[in-house]
Design a binder for this molecule. Structure first.
Ligand SMILES: *Cc1c(COP(=O)(O)O)cnc(C)c1O
Length: 409
């Protein structure tokens, strides 16, 4: 039986069956990068994704980019011009965000266990701190009083529900993220003097492709936000409803259908309960904005047979692209979509090959049992869906190969 075509392959840009990214062929991109492998992020695809999403989103919803998905400075600068705010999760990401045109009050800083130096930087620069624990709130208050300055904080809530079928659950049950919803009223009742309450941040999960699950999470998020806000010291200026919109990585996964999700968000905004009637609503997304616009390009360096199996060895592997190798949170390894750049649509009935990397570990799989166009040494292959959690989420020091070049074109 022939495997069903990956949904991403229907939307690829090709000329004469060659992959085109940002107007260039793979060999041209590698020439521009100066080396193989490389990551290429297509500006036109990022712009198109954000523009399309903006047309679908209710106009009142603000869109933030979560930098950890792809912190390449050029990508962050590109997105800063397209979105309403940035979400950061470390001091390094904070300084990247502050280097853009985004105003500090549209930058939010989340993450457990923020160090005192990180909190100090956040208070002094005036960004919103998403507080992850009661102790962290007390520490922020001490820092702000010591500086004779006010801190802006949003409480990150660990909701009393979870996002069903999310790729990665980040809320519900005991969690290292946020403050349990049931602890929030006591915090409001004893609100510290040097901090301003500006909002709530309710993030329940990531990488979701099921509209029903996202709709249910949004319903519960607004309900929880209203319930908690009734006891807040001041009404929240903003409610961050998290993100969770996923992209198709594996065979059989659909492209997320957003129509019903957006209609439901509009309904929720039309019916905002009094406690949050004047709050601004923020959606924060990482991979949905950049994931499909990124490609990991590598070059075939060897082709060999081993007991009936063809191995195609490339110069790219898990040291640059851990998530593609199946070692970044997946339980069972599945293939990302991969294409032969010079022969995207392969008509010949080619035998499945094992596409592997150069590392001395059997974990270094680029694509298992892949049916690709004919490949020779020197040809290029592209791993699709590689714009998020790629270079920065990979063990680049492992085995001492050069670090990967990243381009935005
Ligand atoms: C990681 C993260 C995101 C981004 O998740 P994606 O799946 O890349 O959209 C958004 N918000 C918070 C708080 C995160 O930690």
């Amino acid at each position: 039986m022939k495997a069903k075509k990956h949904s991403r392959l229907e939307r690829l840009n090709t000329t004469n069956n060659q992959l085109i990214i940002a107007g260039y062929r793979a060999d041209q991109i590698i020439a521009i990068a100066g080396s193989s492998p490389c990551y290429i992020y297509a500006r036109d695809e990022i712009v198109e994704r954000v523009t399309t999403l903006r047309q679908q989103l209710p106009p009142a919803i603000k869109l933030h980019y979560a930098i950890k998905a792809n912190p390449m400075p050029a990508v962050v600068q590109c997105l800063a011009g397209l979105v309403d705010g940035l979400d950061v999760a470390s001091h390094g990401e904070l300084t990247l965000a502050l280097a853009t045109s985004v105003r500090p009050d549209n930058i939010s800083f989340a993450g457990p266990g923020k160090k005192s130096a990180e909190l100090m930087a956040a208070v002094v620069s005036g960004v919103v701190i998403n507080v992850e624990s009661p102790l962290e709130l007390a520490r922020i208050n001490d820092i702000a009083s010591g500086l004779n300055q006010r801190a802006k904080v949003a409480l990150r809530v660990n909701p009393d529900f979870e996002l069903k079928t999310a790729g990665m659950k980040m809320g519900g049950g005991p969690k290292q993220f946020g403050i349990d919803a049931e602890q929030i009223p006591a915090i409001f009742a004893d609100w510290p003097g040097a901090v301003d309450f500006v909002g709530l941040h309710i993030f329940s999960g990531s990488q979701n492709l099921k509209p029903e699950a996202l709709i249910e999470a949004h319903d519960k998020t607004f309900e929880l936000a209203a319930r908690l806000s009734a006891a807040a010291p001041t009404p929240p200026l903003h409610i961050n409803i998290g993100g969770g919109l996923g992209i198709p990585y594996f065979p059989g996964e659909p492209t997320l259908e957003t129509t019903q999700i957006m209609a439901n968000l509009q309904r929720l905004l039309d019916e905002l309960p009094p406690a949050i009637a004047d709050s601004e609503c923020v959606m924060e997304l990482g991979r949905y904005l950049v994931g499909e616009a990124g490609y990991y390009l590598c070059t075939v360096t060897d082709i060999k047979q081993s007991r009936g199996q063809t191995y195609v060895v490339t110069d790219g592997g898990l040291h640059h692209h851990l998530s593609n190798s199946g070692n970044f949170g997946q339980v069972l390894r599945k293939n990302y979509p991969v294409v032969a750049c010079g022969c995207v649509e392969s008509s010949a009935a080619t035998e499945p090959v094992e596409l592997v990397g150069p590392l001395c570990t059997p974990l270094d799989i680029v694509g298992a049992k892949m049916t690709l166009g004919p490949l020779e040494v020197g040809d290029h292959v592209a791993v699709l869906q590689s714009g998020a959690y790629g270079a920065s989420a990979s063990p680049q020091g492992f085995l001492g190969h050069p670090s990967v070049v990243e381009l935005l074109l």
